[in-house]
Design a binder for this molecule. Structure first.
Ligand SMILES: [Zn+2]
Length: 220
């Protein structure tokens, strides 16, 4: 897996950094694959990463502008969200629903062109184009399932880190771009408002649970 990480790091010209607090959190959250990585090659910052943070099975890449805005607690909150993706193997689970069916359909498309004796160049371009077309389609079809994983990662994160820091880290992402292009793209995350709302609801449940436990102890 180190190969894909090094390609990713080069493409994003990402700079590594160390953080003991993130390591401890990854261990608590059982994000095993990242712990197995050399401790100098777990966390990166990139100024050209087009999203706030990217999780790969053995590395986290933060957008450096976003990272700079975050307090230490907020970095841990974002880290906890990503560690849940890693611990639950979300990235690996996404492949059979996205890349794999798109690749199969692209091969079928190429075969259909091939038996109709199209030229090699035509078959090749039909395969490449149809791959991206089907890949895009699979993100649409699975968008709701993706959003469920995102909500699960937010809610699992606040079991381990400060919920208020998670909310403020998300709030820094507002306002979300709402160009006509982003409206056309499949929505793989719930909106920031929805995410904050879900976390607040989970925090209320957690606090009332803590209150019950404390109260129970006190009554003994
Ligand atoms: Zn996520």
């Amino acid at each position: 897996m180190g190969l894909i990480r090094s390609i990713l790091v080069r493409l994003l010209s990402a700079q590594p950094f160390e953080m003991q607090a993130l390591d401890t959190l990854a261990e608590t959250m059982k994000a095993a694959s990242i712990i197995k990585t050399d401790r100098f090659r777990r966390y990166y910052k990139s100024s050209i990463l087009p999203i706030p943070c990217l999780a790969y099975s053995d590395a986290l890449v933060f957008n450096s502008n976003y990272y700079q805005m975050l307090s230490p607690d907020e970095v841990l909150a974002i880290g906890a969200h990503e560690f849940n993706h890693i611990a639950k193997r979300h990235i690996a689970k996404r492949l059979p629903r996205t890349v794999l069916p798109a690749a199969v359909l692209a091969i079928v498309t190429g075969y259909l062109f091939f038996i109709n004796s199209a030229s090699f160049l035509f078959v090749a371009s039909a395969m490449v184009l149809s791959f991206f077309f089907f890949l895009f389609g699979s993100y649409y079809v699975n968008a709701k399932w993706f959003r469920k994983q995102e909500t699960e990662s937010d809610l699992t994160a606040v079991e381990f880190v400060n919920g208020t820091a998670m909310i403020s880290a998300l709030a820094r992402l507002r306002p979300q771009k709402t160009s006509w292009l982003s409206k056309l793209l499949p929505q793989l995350h719930p909106t920031i408002e929805q995410r904050i709302h879900n976390i607040q609801a989970a925090m209320i449940t957690k606090n009332s649970f803590n209150f019950t436990v404390t109260f129970g102890d006190g009554a003994r």
